[in-house]
Design a protein around this ligand. Structure first.
Ligand SMILES: NC(=O)c1ccc[n+]([C@@H]2O[C@H](COP(=O)([O-])OP(=O)(O)OC[C@H]3O[C@@H](n4cnc5c(N)ncnc54)[C@H](OP(=O)(O)O)[C@@H]3O)[C@@H](O)[C@H]2O)c1
Length: 346
């Protein structure tokens, strides 16, 4: 008997981490087992990471409940509807949901912090089967954002990049991509853990700047003194980072892609932009005219190839594994382990 028939014979419901309202927060609930239709597959979720995305889903208004947490996971196809190619069952796949920039996330988001999920077969990514689930579940979010930022930076000779926060998952991947083509990287960090992680990855102490440095402006000026097109790529968005931007050389650009600093606004003196010919802009992962489906697939091919070869660029350590019942621990501990790697739910 195939797993779907077996599962549906014994279970009409499955466990899922759901958010019914932001006040109530996430809860482990029994929800209806999904059933695949034509061109769809039933995927048993094996591993799903805890990232800032899931924290946002729990606690911020960007996502409207009710929802099932999660943006990405790795799983196994356990049954398939009509029209799905023979041989799909038992394949290990990555499942994910892409959010278009500027699009409001409607209530009813169906994430992957659950036991089973139904997907269109054309929307799952069959990765190289030797990659473990715990690594494959990390293939989508951070690697693709780092690749998107890398393309956006138009890397060519003369570029220099200041990454903030320097030891985030995205920054570490971006640092390795930039290093490969000889672009100098300066890392801006808050904690000693971040410093230690970066030193272990071969970043030089001279190119690590601490946010608490009382002479931070001087440190930034020294680290960016080479004549280059300096770009600050930041996910913190806080006046302490604006201070760094002010100290960067004339013509510097500020690309902001996150709001980890948790403030509602930052203040930039217009004179800085005008007199020093500096610029600031936002970034959100998106794909050009070729479309997200094609773009995501081609980026996942790049990540897959690297992970298959050992993950020198896109590999991220799994620091801790949590059974699904410990989902709250995974959410609460996420910020504390972020610089070292990911926590993964199984
Ligand atoms: N725009 C887009 O398209 C896009 C796509 C994906 C993700 N994102 C955003 O990208 C950001 C980074 O994601 P990630 O997964 O790479 O992060 P992550 O792996 O979770 O790492 C977070 C890092 O931020 C540091 N940090 C946290 N709060 C900070 C603060 N107030 N000041 C300085 N450092 C701080 C932490 O360092 P310590 O705790 O060690 O100091 C840690 O190194 C998130 O905000 C996420 O929402 C944006």
């Amino acid at each position: 008997m195939d797993e779907q028939l077996l599962v549906q014979k014994i279970m009409s419901t499955m466990r899922a981490v759901t958010v019914a309202s932001h006040t109530l927060g996430p809860k482990l609930c029994d929800v209806k087992m999904p059933v695949p239709g034509a061109d769809e597959v039933l995927v048993r979720v094996e591993c799903a990471p805890a990232t800032t995305f899931e924290r946002l889903q729990c606690f911020t208004k960007v996502f409207t409940p009710p929802l099932v947490l999660g943006v990405q996971a790795s799983g196994t196809i356990v049954s398939a509807g009509e029209g799905v190619p023979a041989g799909a069952v038992n394949k290990k796949v990555v499942v994910f949901r892409y959010v278009d920039p500027g699009k409001i996330v409607e209530p009813g988001w169906k994430g992957f912090w659950c036991q089973y999920v139904v997907m269109k077969y054309e929307d799952v990514y069959v990765y190289s089967q030797q990659i473990p689930h715990s690594q494959a579940c990390l293939m989508y979010g951070a690697p693709l954002t780092a690749l998107g930022l890398f393309r956006d930076l138009v890397p060519k000779p003369g570029l220099g990049v200041l990454l903030s926060p320097g030891a985030s998952t995205i920054s570490k991947i971006l640092m390795r991509l930039l290093r490969r083509i000889g672009v100098p990287v300066v890392s801006l960090v808050r904690s000693q853990t971040s410093v230690d992680v970066l030193l272990r990855l071969g970043q030089t102490a001279a190119n690590i700047i601490r946010l608490g440095d009382p002479e931070i402006e001087k440190s930034v000026q020294t680290a960016t003194k080479d004549i280059r097109r300096w770009v600050l790529v930041d996910a913190v968005g806080h006046d302490s980072i604006v201070k760094v931007f002010r100290a960067m050389p004339e013509g510097a650009e500020y690309i902001l892609y996150g709001a980890l600093g948790g403030v509602e606004s930052i203040s930039i003196n217009p004179e800085v932009l005008v007199r020093d010919r500096k610029s600031i802009r936002g970034y959100y992962l998106s794909y050009g005219p070729e479309g997200a489906k094609k773009g995501i697939r081609s980026d996942l091919d790049v990540v897959d190839k690297d992970l298959k070869a050992g993950g020198e660029i896109f590999g991220t350590p799994v620091v801790k594994e949590y059974p699904m019942g410990d989902f709250m621990k995974a959410i609460e501990e996420q910020p504390a382990i972020a610089s070292r790697g990911r926590g993964v739910l199984y």
